[in-house]
Design a protein around this ligand. Structure first.
Ligand SMILES: COc1cccc(-c2nc(Nc3cc(C)[nH]n3)cc3ccccc23)c1
Length: 281
């Protein structure tokens, strides 16, 4: 299917991402609502890693179909811009909700982590390592379902591109921040560590190793963090089983989905979560 700008009615700007702006849009023929992400070629520094990275990420994202992964329906470009036709997630950025609510109640955090584990299992089955799991890269649909929306994905083993540390260190696992590891070799298990950091941040409202960059680096390398005593012991158990230095000892995604904390709050355990919701937990 060939797409071009004239096919869309452009609505309000939704916001600005790292490399471009995002607009609400409607495809004229079908009235289909989507989000149009506009990237300026000039800003992608010709021939640098970023342009190739965008192309590769379009390639990956176009072939993914999962309810908790934001769909990329297509793309097109003109002389100055690249346009990505993306699924519209009605409730916007998850981290805005997290900051507004400070932290999520356990039933809500558990349901989000269950959805993330499902999306990551799908990605890992396709040998896609996300590498950038954090609240800023997750959007929320109108029914409260979450969608991984970032493009920074790499397939299989990572290339030697140094992880651009322009963003936060908070979510990086020990094997990615360890210097001297000559080829930066890491596996899908990096996403398990980040899932542990995400679980902690959903429940506590801040990342487990949050500190000055130097201290964060040290604390990650030693998995040096403490879970507040008011976090349930089941949740603490899951966090401790994901934030493990040895990648091979981290809890596999199948076991995350069957963890008592997840089972207790997932859809099947509707009664429990409803009761907790009622108590405003
Ligand atoms: C920096 O703030 C940004 C940046 C980009 C998008 C939003 C935003 N996005 C979406 N949905 C989206 C976005 C994409 C790519 N698909 N669905 C919804 C919103 C609702 C309220 C405010 C903001 C929103 C914010």
């Amino acid at each position: 299917k060939q797409f071009h700008l004239g096919m869309f009615e452009i609505g309000r700007p939704l916001g600005k991402g790292k490399f471009g702006r995002v607009y609400l849009a409607r495809e004229r023929g079908s009235n289909f609502i989507c989000a149009l992400k506009v990237l300026y070629k000039a800003e992608l520094q010709h021939g640098s890693g970023v342009e190739k990275q965008v192309r590769r990420e379009i390639e990956i994202q176009s072939n993914l179909r999962h309810p908790n992964i934001l769909k990329l329906y297509g793309h097109f470009h003109d002389s100055k811009r690249i346009f990505l036709i993306l699924e519209f997630a009605g409730k916007g950025e998850l981290y805005k909700h997290l900051r507004r609510e400070n932290r999520f109640p356990e039933w809500k955090a558990a349901q989000y982590i269950a959805q993330m584990a499902s999306a990551l299992r799908y990605l890992h089955r396709k040998h896609v390592i996300h590498r950038d799991i954090k609240p800023e890269n997750i959007l929320m649909g109108i029914h409260g379902e979450i969608k991984i929306s970032d493009f920074g994905w790499s397939v299989h083993a990572p290339n030697n591109r140094r992880a651009t540390l322009c963003g936060t260190l908070d979510y990086l696992p020990p094997e990615m921040i360890k210097s001297g590891s000559n080829d930066n070799w890491y596996t899908e298990k990096v996403d398990l560590w980040s899932l542990g950091v995400l679980t902690y941040e959903f429940l506590v409202g801040e990342a487990p190793f949050e500190d000055t960059p130097v201290m964060t680096h040290k604390r990650i390398a030693r998995a040096d963090m403490t879970v507040p005593e008011w976090v349930s012991k089941e949740a603490k158990d899951l966090i401790k089983k994901l934030l493990v230095l040895d990648p091979d000892k981290r809890l596999p995604l199948e076991e995350v989905q069957n963890h008592p904390w997840i089972i207790k709050h997932c859809v099947k355990g509707e009664r429990v979560s409803n009761r907790e919701k009622a108590q405003g937990k």
